[in-house]
Write a protein that binds this ligand. Structure first.
Ligand SMILES: [Zn+2]
Length: 367
């Protein structure tokens, strides 16, 4: 099998990405499990599905789970990486040699992927929705303070509105604004980084797949693909797990000392609750778990924030005209997916290294 055509592994739409993923899995003769959304449809009326394929021995004691599209539009990145990995002879050889299986989890949030949004069909941020709903939601008082001007009533925003954001940054700093917005909130369904008040459809599917494919493994690892923070094309390796020292030590031993964590302030990510790593921890209690998110830089924080604000405004104004809608959707996609040859090469190079490192670590039992 020739080396993968990296650029061709990336797509322009969710429908194209899904088709390519299914074709790549078929070429590998993998069985694909498709979980089609029961009611929501895509931007062009297409079916929305989470597609799951396992590559490698069915009875492998170690499993590496690769997730794309937790944040919808960020799926352009993770899907491209997953498809290139399926086509890569070096990955094929490493799977055979290691005896480790890889679970490809394509489009955790297919609605957001199709509509170029971070959130799902209910405006839920799927990386804030994996919390214990029997308890009161965590309070994010700082978000309540910024919601009214971060999600403005009119778009484009007025100079007065922009000035309020400038004043907040001048008073509290950009990091405080980032933490207030991205930390997650459960009070405003019409706001940014909304965690929801019940488990979303994608939450239930993810847990079900983990119970059936991952719970019996002795060792479980995951790499969750994200975009939007950090320098262009750089993949920050963020510890994806609770504040657990042994898990963090393993992540650094496998992927290098540059693994960061939002628990100790070393990451560009603010502290979060309801993150998707709660699902494997809860559903696979017998497995030794180790995971990272790969967070790829795209545009500046200010540009990404502007795109998120615009898209939230659009969600709150479904009657917006077609031109405005198209402009905002393009802005949203561009903020989380750099449709450029150099960026795709950077994405794949770092994804490939991280996957090979994980396979190596799962083979040797390296702690
Ligand atoms: Zn993300």
């Amino acid at each position: 099998m020739p080396s993968p055509n990296i650029v061709a592994a990336f797509s322009q739409t969710y429908a194209e990405a899904r088709e390519k993923f299914l074709a790549a899995a078929e070429t590998r003769r993998l069985t694909v499990e498709s979980h089609v959304h029961p009611s929501a449809r895509g931007v062009d009326g297409e079916a929305l599905a989470v597609d799951v394929a396992v590559f490698g021995p069915r009875d492998a004691t170690s499993l590496l789970c690769l997730m794309s599209g937790t944040h919808g539009v960020e799926g352009f990145c993770g899907s491209g990486a997953q498809i290139a990995l399926l086509e890569d002879p070096a990955i094929d050889a490493a799977v055979t040699q290691s005896g480790v299986a890889i679970l490809f989890y394509h489009a955790l949030n297919p609605y957001g992927f199709s509509f170029c949004a971070r959130t799902n069909e209910d405006n839920i941020d799927m990386n804030r929705n994996f919390r214990d709903f029997s308890r009161a939601p965590p309070r994010n008082a700082a978000y309540a303070e910024v919601h009214d001007f971060i999600v403005p009533a009119i778009w484009p925003p007025t100079p007065e509105n922009e000035a309020r954001i400038g004043a907040y940054i001048a008073a509290h700093g950009q990091l405080a604004l980032q933490a207030a917005i991205t930390g997650g909130q459960c009070d405003r369904p019409d706001g940014l980084f909304y965690g929801g008040n019940k488990p979303a459809w994608s939450n239930g599917i993810f847990r079900d797949v983990l119970r059936r494919h991952a719970a019996s493994r002795r060792r479980l690892a995951w790499i969750d693909f994200h975009t939007g923070l950090g320098p262009y094309g750089h993949a920050e390796k963020i510890h994806s797990g609770p504040n657990d020292a042994a898990m963090m030590v393993r992540a650094k031993a496998w992927w290098g000392i540059d693994v960061t964590s939002f628990h100790d302030g070393s990451s560009t990510s603010a502290p979060l609750t309801g993150v998707n790593f709660e699902a494997p921890l809860a559903e696979c209690p017998g497995a030794e778990c180790t995971g990272i998110a790969l967070e790829y830089g795209t545009v500046s924080f200010a540009e990404a924030l502007q795109a998120l604000r615009a898209d939230q405004w659009l969600r709150n104004h479904p009657d917006a005209n077609a031109t405005t809608r198209a402009t905002i959707k393009r802005q949203s996609r561009d903020a989380f997916y750099c449709d450029a040859v150099d960026w795709k090469g950077m994405v794949y190079g770092q994804a490939r290294a991280a996957v090979l490192q994980a396979l190596q670590a799962l083979t040797t039992g390296h702690r």
